[in-house]
Design a protein around this ligand. Structure first.
Ligand code: SF4
Ligand code: SF4
Length: 437
């Protein structure tokens, strides 16, 4: 018997997007930009940094935007996640593994083989000189690529979630903080011979900001440096708990933080890969709180050591903080946290390792007014919310019971609400005593 063929209307197939000639040209240009950038490692462009910059960063950026922009016309506003389980780069298949290996290799090179990048950093000189008054280095290369990734993939987020006002404003927020607070302000501070400082990072995420050596160097510096010292203390001990009480951890994790910015933009295609099992939840709680304890103990010991003029740690104090920087700062937040996006989802670091998220999570779970309310009678159990929760929360299980969601790990990204076809989920700040879990 002849199999019946179902004709799907073209506008529902999404083919116009993937087959768009502009998108294909964009992907080709992006490939050319990446290729030129890689060739630069040989030193071929060392004497012509501006041309190298234009052919690699310029062409690559234009290509990426051309690949993304056709999505505006080709897809209607609304929930667009079709085909995600069949895509070889979104569902832990060959391309995903290749991407994971490439991103991981980049981090390994950045941390342990920096000389490989010596010739590539010149591509960033045309931006570094006017911004910082000096030549680019590997960290400026990293910061600029990071910011480009957030901005380009932020445009993709704005197109994809344009049906949601919350997602639109939140995405603009993370793009703004990454561009201004992570790249421009620290660069200008160096231009004016002030300490390099990131006003949107606080202890314990920026673990050295509360070290005795760092604070004393700030308080011994210029007026601006002293302000940075006060800013550090106020944000860590006052503003962070107060803001989290009122708004939950979302004010930071999904609106301000650079790690969150990358996860919400570059990491969005892989948010569905987060492990939803109870075992993962158990591991998550152990790991993230262990890192927090490590950060607190380390900071406390360094202060004790400083007060006792080195009698506690002796010459070990530098090695102590270096160990933390290597294990947590480099290995966990960089290599695993970003390199494993295509395999473990976009929030591996935020979920399993970030000590800042651990503190905010404790406040959110026990003291905050933030919660996600559910209108259980409207839930059709489709599971969209659980699938796209990047923190591995089984949102549907709460929705089916009509229970409020008050979880320490929830970063308030609001995607569960944005992908719900029934409007069941609402992110709210309300009286604490209405929670029911
Ligand atoms: S529960 Fe919803 S708001 Fe919270 S992290 Fe998951 S998707 Fe984001
Ligand atoms: S809350 Fe919404 S997205 Fe989640 S299972 Fe119910 S209907 Fe689906």
């Amino acid at each position: 018997m002849k199999a019946m063929q179902i004709q799907i209307p073209a506008e529902l197939r999404g083919h116009s997007y993937t087959e768009s000639p502009i998108r294909k040209i964009g992907l080709a240009l992006f490939g050319v930009g990446v290729l030129v950038f890689m060739i630069g490692a040989t030193g071929a462009f060392a004497s012509i940094p501006l041309l190298y910059s234009m052919l690699s960063l310029g062409v690559g950026t234009i290509g990426a935007l051309l690949a993304i922009l056709p999505g505006i016309g080709a897809r209607k506003p609304g929930i667009n996640h079709d085909g995600i389980m069949f895509s070889p780069w979104k569902n832990r298949r060959s391309v995903a593994w290749l991407l994971g290996i490439l991103i991981t290799a980049f981090y390994v090179t950045l941390y342990w083989f920096p000389s490989t990048l010596d010739h590539m950093v010149v591509a960033f000189d045309p931006l570094s000189w006017p911004l910082r008054g000096k030549a680019a280095d590997r960290w400026f290369l990293y910061g600029t690529l990071y910011t480009l990734a957030v901005l380009i993939m932020g445009v993709r987020m704005l197109i994809k979630y344009r049906h949601s006002r919350y997602q639109t404003i939140r995405t603009i927020s993370v793009m703004f903080f990454q561009l201004v607070f992570s790249l421009l302000i620290p660069g200008l501070l160096q231009l004016f011979n002030e300490p390099e400082f990131y006003f949107h990072y606080f202890w314990p995420l920026k673990y050295d900001y509360l070290f005795p050596s760092k604070l004393s160097s700030l308080f011994d510096g210029t007026h601006l440096a002293v302000f940075m010292g006060f800013w550090t203390l106020v944000m860590a001990f006052l503003a962070t708990p107060v803001l989290t009480y009122f708004y939950g951890k979302r004010w930071y994790c999904s609106w301000v933080c650079g790690c969150g910015a990358l996860a919400e933009t570059l990491g969005d295609p892989w948010r569905q890969l987060s492990d939803k099992s109870l075992t993962a939840w158990r591991i998550e709680r152990w790991m993230i709180h262990s890192v927090l304890v490590f950060a607190v103990v380390m900071t406390g010991l360094l202060w004790l050591n400083s007060a006792m003029e080195g009698a506690v740690l002796g010459g070990l104090s530098r090695g102590f903080s270096r160990t933390y920087g290597f294990a947590i700062g480099a290995m966990f937040s960089g290599v695993v946290g970003v390199g494993f996006y295509p395999l473990m989802g976009s929030r591996v670091w935020c979920r399993f390792g970030c000590p800042q998220a651990a503190i905010l999570g404790i406040i959110q779970r026990y003291f905050s007014r933030f919660r996600i309310t559910t209108n259980g009678e409207q839930c059709i159990s489709c599971g969209n919310c659980s699938t796209y929760c990047e923190m591995g929360i089984d949102v549907r299980a709460y929705a089916q019971r009509g229970a409020d969601i008050v979880r320490a790990s929830c970063v308030g990204c609001g995607v569960c609400s944005s992908v719900c076809p029934r409007g069941v989920l609402n992110l709210e700040n309300g009286p604490v005593d209405t929670r029911n879990i």
